[in-house]
Design a protein around this ligand. Structure first.
Ligand SMILES: [Zn+2]
Length: 400
């Protein structure tokens, strides 16, 4: 008769332990801290429990990447913060399902002198501690090369999560909406403190809902939560869904806070203006920002070269862009020369007409408030939906 009582007691303890205040279902990062001590820069990840981490360095630009199991970042802020000492800046977020990541941008070549775990003491819980010291460029590069040799050289394809294809719905046109940035790549940080990745996800979901409501389209998002995707993954997702249109949704920022309004971009080898060229350079850096090693990636991020197959989809892209500019002018704020051109990597699908919509400027308080409001999101979604309708209404059967 003693045995059941003992089992009950054990069960109760286990239940109590699981429901304790500290441990939720997902591990939590409760703090990220940078400190300087002489020529040493220390980075600390505060955790609610003991976790293993994988650490590696990337060159050009110099970065230290920390991979963790999927965690919740219990930190207020836009997902990016300034560092000090050898750490210029750091970002954090979900890199792929099961893996969260912290990316440190280094001020110069640095070596990971020490990496260890501290057990709880005083007001601190478990901590992962990284001690960095300065090194030479050559030593940094040698270290990166050595690690690459250990892991096996050659291109490594990061896994892509493609949602299961829906049932055949009678050949509806497929529209893929691509909310820019995500996870370890916050995009630009708005004057209201919210990162681009969050603002554009809200807009993209509103566009999806508006398009789906019409019943005319099969609509997919490249991401529906705060997760990183390489530019190549975004293109690949469009291909996997056999997209008829690809619309990448962003929000820009400029030093001049007075500038506001939306701009529609399509692909071109040469940019329409200097600002468009600068924007393309910035958006094309998303993979570096997110913590991708471009040295092991295929050269699709190399300079944009446009072949014959792409010309046709470029004409279709321009057609959609002109409809969209017209619709935006009627119900949103637009910039002068609303349709511009530049070499955006994410628009380089040979078969899929693709546009990039910069919905406005998060550096402008009025634009930022508008784009974060339900009304602003609805206006953009209405413009996109009407432009997509016009695009398919006027396309002849051979176009898609
Ligand atoms: Zn962007």
């Amino acid at each position: 008769m003693m045995v059941p009582a003992l089992m009950l007691a054990t069960f109760a303890v286990a239940l109590f332990g699981a429901a304790g205040p500290a441990l939720g279902a997902e591990p939590r990062v409760v703090g990220l801290r940078v400190g300087e001590n002489g020529d040493r820069t220390r980075f600390v990840i505060d955790l609610d429990r003991k976790l293993d981490a994988e650490v590696f360095t990337l060159a050009d630009p110099y970065r230290l990447v920390v991979n963790l199991p999927e965690v919740t970042f219990d930190i207020t802020g836009p997902g990016q913060a300034d560092g000090r000492g050898l750490i210029r800046e750091y970002r954090y977020g979900l890199f792929k399902p099961g893996t969260s990541r912290v990316v440190l941008d280094l001020a110069g070549p640095a070596t990971l002198d020490k990496f260890f775990t501290l057990s709880p003491s005083g007001r601190y819980g478990y901590r992962l501690v990284f001690d960095l010291t300065e090194t030479s460029r050559q030593a940094f590069i040698d270290h990166v090369a050595e690690r690459r040799a250990q892991n096996g050289a050659g291109p490594r394809r990061d896994p892509v999560q493609v949602p299961a294809m829906g049932a055949d719905d009678g050949g509806k046109p497929v529209v893929v909406i691509d909310p820019g940035h995500g996870g370890t790549d916050p995009g630009t940080i708005g004057v209201l403190g919210r990162p681009e990745k969050t603002v554009v996800l809200g807009i993209a979901k509103t566009i999806r809902d508006r398009l789906e409501k019409s019943g005319r389209y099969e609509v997919h998002l490249t991401r529906d939560r705060d997760i990183f995707h390489s530019l190549r993954n975004r293109i690949r997702i469009a291909h996997e869904h056999q997209a008829d249109l690809f619309i990448s949704v962003h929000a820009d920022a400029l030093d001049n806070r007075n500038v506001r309004g939306a701009t529609v971009y399509t692909l071109s080898e040469t940019a329409s203006d200097r600002e468009a060229a600068a924007l393309a350079r910035k958006e094309n850096k998303a993979d570096l920002i997110g913590g991708i090693d471009l040295n092991t990636e295929a050269p699709e991020v190399a300079p944009i070269l446009i072949d014959l197959a792409q010309r046709r989809s470029m004409n279709q892209s321009a057609r959609l862009a002109s409809f969209l500019v017209g619709e935006l002018k009627q119900r949103h704020v637009v910039r002068t020369n609303t349709h511009r051109f530049a070499g955006f990597v994410v628009l380089k699908s040979p078969e899929v007409p693709s546009i990039l919509l910069e919905t406005g400027y998060l550096s402008n308080p009025r634009d930022a408030r508008l784009l974060e409001s339900r009304n602003g999101r609805a206006r953009v979604a209405e413009a996109v939906a009407r432009a997509v309708d016009s695009y398919f209404d006027t396309a002849n059967a051979t176009d898609f």
